[in-house]
Design a protein around this ligand. Structure first.
Ligand code: GCW
Length: 710
């Protein structure tokens, strides 16, 4: 057998035919060793069945992957041969078929079996998109070194809508984007459809992402003009065979801005008629258009409350416009439009909880993972579990607005996992956030999860090689919320760098502690939102003079001579009361609050004793120290990988880790200098004094961070 694949041996040490700039993401298909080529080649000698646009993509992906990995191209054949891969779509059910019931519109089954007396691998789906997902899953197995000669797997996502949200503006900038300008070339669309769009679709389809919202939630009305609808339609045409639908964010006052209507009151029949006509126009150009995403009455955006109507009034009016076409409305719960002096964290719940049961059946409310704003760590949002009659979808941020943006290595898989596995206790133990959003807790059919994309025109797409892992993890965990961050990191590292366990293990170890390191050096023990204001980069716990209370870091940490933290208990802002009673009870007591969230829920004296026995003050400093030390350890671990990683990507990561280490110290020293100026406490033994006086950090301004909206 081995002699069939001599080419595998030749590939060892062969010069690479591509630049290692990260463009190929996890779809890199780098040549494997001889044993790997044998393993893959034996199960991929030919491909059978590929007659629709989507199946042709599946076939091409397999051929491309197999050729890259083994050096041998698997031909397309009409008859079944030994070692063939059979693509079995719904139309091809016969005696050899693999059952596809229960796989839904996206799922797949992969099975090695005997067909016409020949050992083959069948990749089946109830739809062509399912087969395509199966092809990508098979390639994932091939790339990660799994055995391919005995497969019997079925996989179907529980969450229906798995979407990226682009915060891309029509002028090509990306709000909170740290990977360069938008990949949507609005200027040359719809005529010029550059190759990057197809690569984008491949990357997303390989994860099972099935929709994309093209434009920023801070939307401009222009996105709904005929010209922009045509551009969106061009993208929809490209993405369709990959099983990806297009959605648009809309601005509430578009009827006024585009067509001079006098109002945008959702109960005004003229307004409803305008949206209906607009929806009809869009569906004419994009028959499978997904629907609308709306940010209303939040951060200055207009909305139904401007007309004394509710969010439900607004959502339902839009929902009626898209309903005849099968469209949906995703209505965001990220609101803090009004001054909310006692506790910004409470507003979404206050506004939305009373509306439970009032939304139309094609509306889904999109809730951020936490109640403030994509912090390095937040307890799960209290709306999860609190609106049983309303489908809620998750909004994660893949772009790392508050987690070091493009340079810090802070793998988000652990954040996603922590949130999804959080127990709301809404219907007793085991009422996890994952079960809320997959619909199983309350029996909803409309289900979704969105990730704010970290994609731009940078060669590596995401601003750094390791940020690609966040896109990857979002997609994989959206498909299967049971996946662990570690398993996903392992898959990603094997495909992105090498399946060699000596490469995978240390990279995964770095990734798995990286986000906790950022929590430690930025906002340990439940602190939040003490970043530089506006751009959210770097420390600024001292800022206190901005116009609105909730724009100031001092509002969030509330440090004074006596203690630190935000009292959200029953006797404080009572945000704890927004959680299920059993959980609220735990959170009202610092001793039964997870220590990682301590200062999120409690204002405590500096002498409060942590579980470790040390005082809160000493513990805080130790967390800051530990964060910096962890980054230093990551640098050392990366340095050891030099022989195994190509020079280009090694150098990028090395440089970014150096930046991260420098900035972790900046964070640590600035925060300690500030908190010490407030607490007046001495540093614990073993902790070095901040390198500079507080004024030095205060003077260090950083006004022009990328991605910061003007
Ligand atoms: C799109 O605006 C963003 C804003 O830039 C950002 O700082 C914050 O995270 O949230 C807003 C939102 O989610 O609407």
């Amino acid at each position: 057998m081995a002699s069939i694949w001599p080419i595998g041996a030749l590939l060892i040490g062969a010069p690479r035919a591509w630049a290692e700039d990260g463009y190929d993401l996890w779809l890199r298909n780098a040549p494997v060793d001889a044993a790997g080529a044998q393993r893959i080649g034996a199960s991929a000698q030919s491909i059978v069945g590929a007659d629709t646009p989507t199946l042709m993509i599946a076939r091409r992906e397999l051929q491309r992957g197999i050729a890259g990995l083994t050096g041998v191209t698997a031909p397309l054949t009409a008859t079944v041969q030994q070692g063939a891969i059979l693509l079995q779509s719904a139309a091809q059910q016969d005696e050899a078929s693999v059952p596809t019931d229960g796989l839904g519109p996206d799922g797949y089954a992969i099975r090695t079996m005997t067909v016409a007396g020949k050992p083959v691998t069948v990749i089946a789906g109830a739809t062509d998109a399912g087969v395509l997902h199966g092809a990508y899953a098979w390639l994932r197995l091939a790339r990660t070194g799994a055995a391919l000669d005995r497969i019997d797997m079925r996989s179907a996502p529980r969450i229906g809508l798995r979407l990226l949200n682009h915060w891309d503006n029509l002028d090509g900038t990306v709000e909170r984007g740290y990977a360069g300008q938008s990949i949507w070339d609005w200027w040359r669309l719809p005529d010029y459809k550059g190759p990057r769009y197809t690569d984008y679709a491949r990357a997303n389809a390989s994860l099972g992402i099935n929709g994309t919202v093209l434009n920023n939630v801070n939307a401009k009305s222009d996105s709904l003009t005929a010209a922009y609808i045509a551009k969106a339609a061009a993208l929809a045409d490209l993405f369709r065979p990959y099983g990806i639908k297009v959605y648009l964010s809309v601005k509430w006052t578009a009827p006024m801005e585009l067509d001079g209507l006098k109002s945008a009151d959702p109960l005004d029949p003229a307004v409803a008629a305008w949206w209906k006509a607009k929806a009809d126009q869009i569906y004419k150009a994009i028959p499978d258009f997904g629907g609308f995403l709306v940010k209303a009455n939040s951060e200055g955006q207009p909305g139904p409350q401007d007309y004394k109507r509710t969010h439900a009034d607004g959502a339902n009016m839009l929902a009626a416009a898209v309903k005849p076409h099968g469209g949906i409305v995703m209505w965001r719960a990220f609101v803090y439009a009004h001054d909310n002096p006692d506790d910004r964290a409470k507003q979404a719940y206050s506004d939305f909880k009373p509306l439970d049961g009032q939304f139309a059946d094609n509306v889904i409310v999109q809730v951020k993972n936490g109640a403030i704003d994509f912090q390095p760590r937040e307890p799960f949002h209290p709306l999860f579990g609190a609106m049983p009659k309303t489908p809620l979808m998750m909004e994660f941020q893949i772009t790392k607005e508050y987690l070091g943006q493009s340079t810090h290595l802070t793998y988000l898989g652990t954040l996603f996992e922590e949130t999804l596995k959080s127990d709301t206790l809404a219907k007793g133990k085991g009422s996890t956030v994952a079960k809320v959003i997959d619909g199983s807790l309350e029996g909803h059919k409309l289900t979704g999860i969105a990730g704010v994309a970290n994609i731009g025109v940078d060669r590596d797409w995401s601003g750094s090689i390791f940020n690609q892992a966040d896109w990857y993890a979002f997609g994989r965990m959206a498909w299967d919320t049971d996946l662990t961050a570690e398993a996903v990191a392992r898959e990603w590292a094997a495909q992105t760098f090498s399946p060699d366990p000596n490469v995978v293990a240390p990279i995964v170890a770095m990734m798995m502690r990286s986000r906790e390191a950022a929590v430690d050096y930025m906002t340990p023990l439940g602190l939040a939102h003490i970043m530089g204001t506006g751009h959210h980069y770097g420390p600024a716990p001292w800022v206190s003079e901005l116009a609105r209370p909730e724009w100031n870091p001092v509002y969030y940490h509330k440090a004074d001579r006596q203690g630190i933290g935000f009292d959200r208990t029953r006797t404080g802002s009572n945000a704890t009361g927004q959680y299920a009673p059993a959980l609220a009870k735990l959170l009202d007591n610092p001793r039964t609050t997870p220590e990682r969230d301590l200062l999120w829920f409690h204002h405590l004296p500096w002498d409060y004793r942590l579980q470790s026995g040390e005082t809160l003050w000493d513990g805080l400093i130790h967390h800051y120290d530990r964060g910096v030390e962890t980054v230093a350890a990551m640098q050392r671990d990366w340095a050891k990988l030099k022989p195994q990683v190509d020079a280009e990507r090694f150098a990028q990561v090395e440089t970014f880790l150096a930046i991260q280490h420098r900035e972790a110290q900046w964070w640590r020293d600035a925060c300690i200098a500030y908190f010490q100026s407030v607490s007046g406490r001495p540093l614990p033994a073993g902790s070095a004094a901040p390198a500079h006086p507080l004024d030095w950090y205060k003077a260090l301004s950083f006004p022009y961070a990328p991605g910061h909206p003007k």
